[in-house]
Design a binder for this molecule. Sequence first.
Ligand SMILES: NC(=O)C1=CN([C@@H]2O[C@H](COP(=O)(O)OP(=O)(O)OC[C@H]3O[C@@H](n4cnc5c(N)ncnc54)[C@H](OP(=O)(O)O)[C@@H]3O)[C@@H](O)[C@H]2O)[C@@H](O)CC1
Ligand SMILES: Nc1ncnc2c1ncn2[C@@H]1O[C@H](COP(=O)(O)OP(=O)(O)O)[C@@H](O)[C@H]1O
Ligand SMILES: [K+]
Length: 495
Amino acid sequence: MAPPELILTPHEMARADTATIASGTPGLDLMRRAGRAVADAARRMTAPGGRILVAAGPGNNGGDGFVAATALAADGFDVAVVPLGRIDRMRGDAAEAASGWHGEVVPAEEARFHEADLVIDALFGTGLARDLDGAARSLVEQIDAAGRPVLAVDLPSGLDGETGDVRGVVIKAVRTVTFAARKPCHLLMPGRAYCGPVEVADIGILPETLSAVSGQLFVNSPDLWRAHLPKPDLASHKYDRGHTLVASGGATRTGAARLAAVAALRIGSGLVTIASPPEALGVNAAHLTAVMLRGCDGPEGLYHILKDPRFNALVLGPALGIHANTRAMVAVAVQAQRSLVLDADALTSFEDLSSELHQAFRQAPTVLTPHEGEFKRLFSGHPDLLDPPSKVERTRRAAAYTGAVLLLKGSDTVIAAPDGRAAINENGTPYLGTAGSGDTLCGIIAGLMAQGLPAFEAACAGTWIHAEAGAGFGPGLISEDLAGLLPGVLRDLLR
Ligand SMILES: NC(=O)C1=CN([C@@H]2O[C@H](COP(=O)(O)OP(=O)(O)OC[C@H]3O[C@@H](n4cnc5c(N)ncnc54)[C@H](OP(=O)(O)O)[C@@H]3O)[C@@H](O)[C@H]2O)[C@@H](O)CC1
Ligand SMILES: Nc1ncnc2c1ncn2[C@@H]1O[C@H](COP(=O)(O)OP(=O)(O)O)[C@@H](O)[C@H]1O
Ligand SMILES: [K+]
């Protein structure tokens, strides 16, 4: 099994770089490998002899560009370098790389990017320190306006490597070659949308060096959690596979709970029961077959049901209503120390009361699944949780604050555990943005926890499986389809 793919921040990457140099690999060697990897990609993107313009910045990203330019010119391409600033002011390895370039140099104001077959963007990489303005901004705008294919070196210039935010302006690339590991900006929005496919080139930084500097941020893929996936053995029976309880809303708000319940059953929870308010029993009963049904009158009803220890995982929130009763049900669930997924109304009911959630979930595995709007409402009084520009950092802080696994939904869902582990999901599809999709996600995660997955692994696996199901279906997806798509995804995973 492959190890989980690490994502390194620019700061961590710089430490890996320094450690590699300290253990005997000259920085210039790293730069040469980086530049050659860029040249290899450029060669695949350009017809022989094609015109390639390399926009080279003042730092090491520019140095990579000079190495690539030199390699491509030697291969017979028609290459020119467009420097940002004076080449004779470059320093260190970048200056060394630039000194190897004896070809055409074109000042920015004379560069005809629209005539290029390929533009290589080697302006700024992980060292971008502030918003682009002045000559840097003009050059980025000039390249973008030309509309020619751009190959980005490390990352599209103008992206903040850590947050994926745009620092003033950014170049839109059709492909990106990065080095040693992907950076957060390659997966987080909006950055991801500017990168095109991202290729990771091995430039000789050892995996153990990457692990040593890693802040435990991963790409969410099966490599991260496949080993935890349950597989029933010959002797197992349904109670070995857990019993998930899903709380339903009132008579006109029951669909969300059923979406979650059916998903929990499909993902493998041995039994699933809907806890329904008395007035909604009829409508729930009319729609349920394999999912069981119990009357449950608010917090007291929940307390009585949870006296049965076999209910080992619980979903609270979808369509439950935003009020004190919902908060009381959360309190009952926390007290009962069951695996818990809280979404939607169970989160919004704590608007302005989030200090009640401080360390509230330390005792039992809990996953909170807000989208950005719910996250902002939930933590409105906590600038320390809301202000960090990095989605990864915000999610991590909220996880540490609540003691729960935090799953911050979106096209770039981030999952973080209170211990700092975090993952970014990338296999989703915009078609998942459909009513009830989040309810289904809750059911999948609870169903995995019912089968014994730890909260972080359940949240990561649930997110990936939910996204894989949606992406495999594509246009026309509605939430009712998702549960039925789970067996196919599971079959592939368990093969
Ligand atoms: N890590 C590795 O393992 C390896 C990394 N490699 C490569 O190194 C790259 C990182 O290089 P880097 O650190 O020199 O930073 P880089 O992105 O070139 O930018 C710094 C320059 O830009 C300037 N500058 C910054 N912001 C600006 C602004 N808004 N507007 C204008 N100027 C601005 C800044 O100037 P200053 O802030 O000092 O005034 C400085 O001159 C990395 O992305 C990868 O491509 C490979 O060679 C192989 C191994
Ligand atoms: N553009 C997108 N790309 C990938 N996933 C998406 C996108 N938009 C929404 N999703 C996913 O769809 C789900 C929507 O959940 P949510 O907003 O809670 O929906 P609902 O409240 O209708 O159930 C989340 O898992 C989210 O990550
Ligand atoms: K770049």
